[in-house]
Every structure is written in C-alpha cells, then in structure tokens.
Design a protein around this ligand. Structure first.
Ligand SMILES: [Fe+2]
Length: 475
C-alpha cells in the first residue's frame, strides 16, 4: 500500500442520514450519547482546490451511539461560505490560506469591511443548550443535535470588543472560558468567561501590536489560564498591504521579534501573574495543565518552526513525499516567581490531537494523555497513550488505518482515570471506508468497530455528549 493518506485528503460530497452501522466486537453497554466530529468535507470551490487544510468546507460526522446500536449521519455545514461556494463557485471571504474570489478592489473592500469566513471546520461546542460548529470566526453555526442540519447562526463576539473567538474553548459545568482575538495594527486577545444564558465577561486583554502571535488554543489550571505567546503569527501590516493582490493569513505568517512567552492569568481577578519566557515555539493544542510546587506544569504538542502552519497546504499533504511538520509532545514547567520555562520531551512526534479524561482531570494533576501519532505520510498512523513524567507508552495501530483524534469517554462505573474508552474516527485505506474505532483506554486494545458506508476525509476535533448529561464536555 502506497500513499494511503491521500484518501483522507479527498472530498466527500455524499451525505448519509441516520444509517445504522454494522458493528464488529462490542461497544460498552454504558456508552449512550452523541459523538460529533468536525473537519474538512470538500476541498474544491468552483474549479479550484483550496490551498490549506484549514480552508476546506466543513462537514459534520454525527454518531448516535447506544451500546452496539450506532446510527450515522454526515452533513456539510450550510454556512454562507458553503452557500456561495456551492451555488456560485467562488470563495466568499478570505480563508486562512485561500484569497477571496474577485478583483483586487473587492478584496480590499472585504478586508476593510472586516468580512470574516463563517466556514466552521475546527470543532463543535455546546453553549446554552445549543450546539455550534465553530472556527476562528465571529460566527458559530448552530446545528440540530439530532439531524446535524444547519439551523442558525450566532455572533459569538456579541458583548466583546473582538473580531472573532477561537475554535477551541473550555466549558466547565456550563461555564465557557474563551479567547477572543482583535486583529489589525492593535491586535489583542481578550480572555472571557460566559455563564449560561448570560453575556460574556471580559477578564483581561493581552495586547500585541500589529504582529500578534497566532493562538489556536489555551490551557486552564484550577486557578490560572495559560495563554501561549508563540514565535509565529500574522503580520497585519504586511497582510493589509497585500490583501488586494491575494495575500492571505498564511502568506503573512512570519516569525515575530518578541520573546516567546507563556502568559499566566489569574482566573478570578484577570491579573497577569507571570509571563514566562522560553525558546522559540509554536503550539496548536494543549493536553492539560496544573499547578505544582510554585510552577505550572503544561503539556502540549510543540513545533519549532513556521512549517507547523505552512506545511499543512493541501498540495504538500497530498504529495507522495509530504514534508510533515513535526510536533513533539512535551512537558513545560513554568516557574511563577521568575525564570525561564523548562521543557522535556514526553513523546517524540510527529504527533497531534492530545486528549485527556477532560471531565475528571482538566486543570488538575493527572496521569494519562492520548495522541494521534504519525509514522509515515501526512496523516496519523497510530494512537499513543503516554504518561508524562515517565517513559511509559502504549501504542495501537492497524495496517493501512489512519486514526483521528482519540476522544476519551469515561466509564460511569469506573474509578481509575483511564477507565473508559477512546473513540476515534479513522480511515481504513484498504477498504476505502471510514471506521469508528472503540479502544479500551486502559489497555489500548480494540473493543469494537463500526464501519461507515463511505470514506471521509480526515477530521479535526469532536465531542461526545452523554445522553443524560450533555453539559459534561469531553474536551
Ligand atoms: Fe485544533
């Protein structure tokens, strides 16, 4: 088998509704809820292919799971970007790596008018009893949690002085913690909290001038929020000068002059407790963070260069010999009373999509993280379970299978942190089908699989919502 990953980077236009899936093995009888995974669905707009992995039109993959009874639905998200792309064959607003269609004047107008994409391919979030597909945009696209149809839109920046909110957010017992960027010559990130059915409350505003770091996610401990100020980001002066000629966020990504740091913010007061300098870095995703002996322990997948972003072009990922950016899973220790961050590698990459038993241990001292790991090509080829602070590692892989993000779902009757299962939507390249795998999280052995009626492109992030307690967010 050669270049098996390419199947995971091709469009799927077919939509399936509420189809019962054949199951091999046995899903746990306690598993009762809805798994929703977001990610790329279609890579073409009109007669062109979008440039970057993050530009593809979003598709939701929904699974209603009750033990071995698994019903599958997939839906392309009916955003405005999707509507214009499918009806008119044009890029409505600039995507991260693909310029808006039209003349230089039109692009300039769109950038000055502050027009943002609404194609939400990063993840899903549940706020105020509604489900939204989200990305780095002011708009959340509301999704019916049963049919996965698009039913509405919501301005997620309402009540905030910001241009967008991040696709990654935290929700603890219904309370959302988020970051809201303001872009331009006076860029900033606003940390906010939002009680259910209340307007957001801005806690603090981190200001970065015209060349802010790109921030994809942040971490919470019980007391602090940790916001990464990495080494790379969009130079907005450069971007605005180039927009009329088709310059994109991706083109304007450049190394920053400022010392990279981790900002530690008190969640109660919004005060910045520390700004801990470190070596050049870039982070998409955090596994977890917690306080320990005057430091913050911070576990994440870290990259060393700009390739973390520029290496994710569709052309590179689809190529025979892709140059895949290498993210290592590392543990930082951030001293709160001065000094630089220390860093040790927990699991050498390329690896991504770190997850934990979120409901039980997010922000707290913990034992286990789960990762998707790449051995060859551009998509994951294994799932790894690691124990930061030790060399213990378990791995699961199947020939020709490309697993996606491993989402941990706890066993309600379990005691241990790893009592539960991992759900991972994978591509079985030999069968040219996607497969939902269920692994025992303690042993990393396969319990069950449900085979989909078609092949899907590789996804990004998902959530599992328990039927009895949908507010108990998993990641
Ligand atoms: Fe992400």
């Amino acid at each position: 088998m050669r270049n098996t990953w390419k199947q995971g980077l091709e469009s799927q236009h077919e939509e399936v509704s509420d189809e019962r899936l054949p199951v091999e093995g046995s899903f746990p009888s306690w598993l009762d809820g809805t798994l929703v995974v977001n990610g790329p669905g279609v890579f073409e707009v009109g007669d062109r292919t979008v440039n970057h992995w993050f530009d593809a039109l979003a598709m939701l993959r929904g699974f209603r799971i009750r033990g071995d009874a698994i019903r599958y639905t997939n839906r392309l998200v009916r955003s405005e970007d999707f509507r214009v792309a499918s009806r008119e064959g044009r890029v409505r607003r600039a995507l991260p790596g693909t310029p808006a269609s039209g003349s230089a004047l039109r692009r300039l107008y769109l950038s000055l008018a502050g027009g943002f994409q609404d194609n939400p391919s990063i993840g899903v979030v549940r706020l105020d009893d509604s489900m939204y597909a989200v990305t780095e945009s002011p708009i959340g696209i509301e999704i019916d949690p049963h049919t996965f149809h698009t039913v509405g839109r919501r301005d997620l920046t309402a009540g905030l002085d910001a241009d967008a909110t991040l696709g990654h957010t935290h929700v603890e017992e219904g309370v959302q913690w988020g970051l809201a960027p303001s872009f331009g010559r006076k860029s900033a990130y606003t940390l906010f909290r939002r009680e259910p059915n209340e307007p957001p409350e801005a806690l603090t505003r981190l200001r970065f001038g015209s060349h802010p770091p790109y921030v994809h996610a942040f971490a919470l401990t019980e007391r602090y929020a940790v916001v990464p100020e990495g080494s790379f980001g969009v130079d907005f002066g450069d971007l605005l000068r180039g927009v009329p000629w088709g310059r994109t966020f991706l083109d304007a990504f450049e190394r920053r002059e400022a010392t990279p740091r981790f900002h530690v913010i008190d969640r109660e007061t919004g005060a910045r407790t520390a700004a801990v300098p470190t070596e050049p870095f870039f982070v998409y995703h955090f596994a977890n963070a917690f306080e320990a002996d005057g430091t913050i322990v911070l576990d994440c997948v870290v990259y060393g260069d700009l390739g973390a972003i520029t290496g994710l072009t569709v052309e590179n990922l689809r190529s025979d010999d892709p140059d895949v950016p290498r993210g290592d899973f590392v543990r930082y220790r951030l001293p709160l009373s001065g000094g630089r961050a220390e860093r040790e590698t927990v699991y050498p990459g390329p690896a991504e999509f770190p997850t934990i038993n979120y409901a039980a241990v997010n922000g707290r001292r913990y034992e286990y993280a789960y990762l998707a790991s790449i051995d060859r090509g551009s998509l994951p080829t294994a799932i790894a379970k690691v124990r930061p602070g030790t060399t213990e590692t378990r791995r699961w892989s199947r020939f020709g299978v490309h697993p996606g993000e491993p989402l941990f779902v706890p066993d309600p009757n379990g005691d241990a942190e790893d009592d539960g299962v991992l759900l991972s939507l994978a591509l079985d390249s030999r069968a040219e089908r996607s497969v939902l795998f269920c692994l025992d999280a303690a042993t990393l052995t396969e319990r069950a699989r449900a085979v989909l009626p078609h092949r899907l492109p590789a996804g990004f992030h998902g959530q599992f919502y328990d039927a009895d307690d949908p507010q108990r967010l998993m990641q």
